[in-house]
Design a protein around this ligand. Structure first.
Ligand code: GDP
Length: 300
């Protein structure tokens, strides 16, 4: 397998430019209504899950980053990412939107981030009001899960206000915040192969738009290099872990993925690897290295 192999082939059907433009227009419209943007990233791939034009769209509006699916991410490396964002003046909060871990810290961070804006409004003679925010992120990053968590299950809708179309609903969070009950969907960047692979591994892009067999082999190669003990432990493998193809065969044998005649059922083994990886059963990972890996040691 070489770097030039065209294994990630995104068909224009799913990522139709017109669809992207429409999504972007909607995001731009809704942005006018909010004080703070909550950018959701996948904690395992904080670079690959970022939208390429978000900064340009958001401008200098205050932004809080959520490192979502933190339960699946390598903790030490995630802490380094938090430091890296902090060095750029951005608060990043690790969150598990399913279990609710980190949500309290996130609410505090959003309120803090919005304060200069809401204070300024009051200084200019406006009535004090809750800070308004919206969630932005690529598909599958956990936007709906986080909205559900933040709303505490029972959504307290804010009354319609003049100038805001009736369709827009706001969710009250405590006394200080209101969240737009409609996340902004942005597309990931596919141009570079590494990014596309990371999106495929984590399930951010649909399995039917790329060659699963090749992607799983590359995933196994990555895990073999970065997280060999998790891999060995999960599949009770012994000795040297060779290449992806041999690993897949070994996993298939261990898991009894066999076809008639004793041949390995590779498709079945591939699905086992993908499901185990995405659910964290192969351990917590970080696929996008933080800018300075040496900081990991300090964070441990
Ligand atoms: P959306 O497309 O951005 O709205 O993403 P969803 O909220 O629908 O979540 C996509 C998938 O990721 C679902 O299966 C969620 O259960 C799962 N998910 C969301 N947040 C988390 C999280 O923090 N941890 C884990 N392990 N799974 C999550």
């Amino acid at each position: 397998m070489t770097d030039n192999d065209n294994i990630i082939d995104i068909p224009s059907l799913q990522w139709y430019p017109g669809h992207m433009r429409k999504a972007e227009r909607l995001v731009r419209e809704n942005l006018k209504l909010v004080d703070v943007v909550i950018e959701l990233l996948d904690a395992r791939i904080p670079l690959s899950s970022a939208n390429p034009v978000l900064r340009e769209i958001v401008g200098d509006k205050p932004r809080v980053i959520v490192l979502n699916k933190a339960d699946l991410a390598d903790e030490a490396a995630m802490r380094v990412w938090v430091k890296c964002f902090a060095a750029q003046g951005i608060t990043a909060v690790p969150v598990d939107a399913v279990k609710g871990r980190g949500v309290k810290e996130l609410v505090q961070a959003i309120a803090q981030c919005a304060k200069p804006k809401t204070d300024k409004l009051v200084q200019h003679g406006a009535k004090a009001r809750a800070a308004r925010c919206m969630i932005l992120g690529i598909p599958n990053v956990g936007k709906s899960s986080l909205i559900n968590r933040l709303s505490g299950g029972s959504k307290t809708k804010v009354e319609n206000r003049p100038g805001v179309t009736r369709a827009k609903q706001w969710i009250r969070i405590g006394t200080q915040l209101e969240l737009l009950d409609m996340p902004g969907i942005l597309w990931p960047k596919f141009e570079d192969r590494q990014t596309a692979l990371h999106l495929a591994y984590t399930g951010a892009i649909n399995d039917n738009v790329y060659d699963v067999a090749s992607v799983v082999l590359l995933l196994l190669d990555t895990l073999r290099t970065k997280y060999p003990s998790d891999l060995k432990e999960r599949y009770r493998l012994e000795g040297e872990l060779s290449n992806g193809a041999e690993l897949l065969a070994a996993i298939g044998r261990k898991r009894g993925c066999l076809r008639a005649g004793g041949r390995i059922d590779e498709e079945k083994a591939q699905q086992i690897v993908l499901t185990d990886f995405r659910s964290g059963r192969l351990g917590r990972v970080m696929l996008d290295s933080p800018p300075s890996i040496s900081l990991i040691e300090d964070a441990r």
